[in-house]
Design a protein around this ligand. Sequence first.
Ligand SMILES: [Zn+2]
Ligand SMILES: [Zn+2]
Ligand SMILES: [Zn+2]
Length: 137
Amino acid sequence: MTGLFSKKPTVCAVCGKQTKHAHKPKREWGISGRLCGDCHVDKTKAYYDSMTQQACVTCGQVRHIHDLWEPHWKWNMEGLLCKSCFDKKGQDFENARTRCALCGTKMGFIRYNPKPKWKVTGQLCKECWDSQKRQNG
Ligand SMILES: [Zn+2]
Ligand SMILES: [Zn+2]
Ligand SMILES: [Zn+2]
């Protein structure tokens, strides 16, 4: 019976309760020490959630990964989007591509690229390009 006194009950690293059935935390959880059964279940669930749920990069709403969309590569962004942000982003992108960056007029085939020093992102209609040119040279 020599092992009797050396085997002290373990204190759970999360709730501080003594437990006989200590569980080893996963390394990813960043917990040192052992966990009681309850805390281990909680942490396992939280960890699982964190693997299957993610926040939309635009609105920050946490969704299941199956309800999130990957942005189009053309949008040049990282992370995942919820459906409504995904749709909105697509719309914005389409608008940015077809509308004048300054006045918002829908442009036809002819668009004008702003000069770098004008610090305008997107393309311009003829009127806006002309007025930029007049103002900024
Ligand atoms: Zn605990
Ligand atoms: Zn969103
Ligand atoms: Zn314009």
